[in-house]
Design a protein around this ligand. Sequence first.
Ligand SMILES: [Zn+2]
Length: 248
Amino acid sequence: MRAVILQGNGSGYLAELMGADPSYEPVRGSPEVGPWNIIREERANPRMGGRGQIDVLLTVPHSQCSPEGLFHSHPCDTAAKETAFKVRHFLQHIQQGINVKMMPGSVPRAECDLNREECRKTPWRKKVRELMGESLIFLDMHSFYDSESKFGDVDVAVFFHGGRDTRLRLKILSNMLRKAGLRVNEWESDLGTDDLLKEWEGQKWRGASLPGTLIELNESVPNERRTKVAEVMAFWVSDQLAELGGTF
Ligand SMILES: [Zn+2]
């Protein structure tokens, strides 16, 4: 797997990270050429199991706002929802026909924190579990305010977890974000509380070794910074999908 990460992914960002020819200009978004058709074909491979129906699953478990004052000063992840829509927008621009599934939360955090084990029995979690089984990449989107931050003065925190392969892939994401001028915190995930990510990790036996992560966006920075995060994330996702196509 090690070598695969650095092969034929068609990424300008990655080419730069690898110290490759900076004049290299990858051609993107054409369904006729490149790795995309290979990915589509490879999904017929029985080793993929049920995966591949959905390319990217985006969850925003705290998107529903509580009535003011009911929960705490940060009743919902407003910026996370906006940014998730932007990730989808950029992905659809980069890869024609990409299947991105969005799952905004169904209930306010005060009613049930959908990112906790206690809420696994809710219809929303049941649906997400089912969608995970069909998805290639999983992104759990959140946002925080400066005032409540444990992440420091950053634009975005990328949650690290898992084994060597996942960590290398997440490192590529955080490097790409930094290269784009964003301030990044690589946060060590606590799978005890990050229950959606935990569930994704638990489903890995169903298919390939796939990256999943939790993203925390700063609500207090200018909107353009979160838009930039969304754009970089879309390129990273696109690269990961291309890698997967070449791996099988
Ligand atoms: Zn959240």
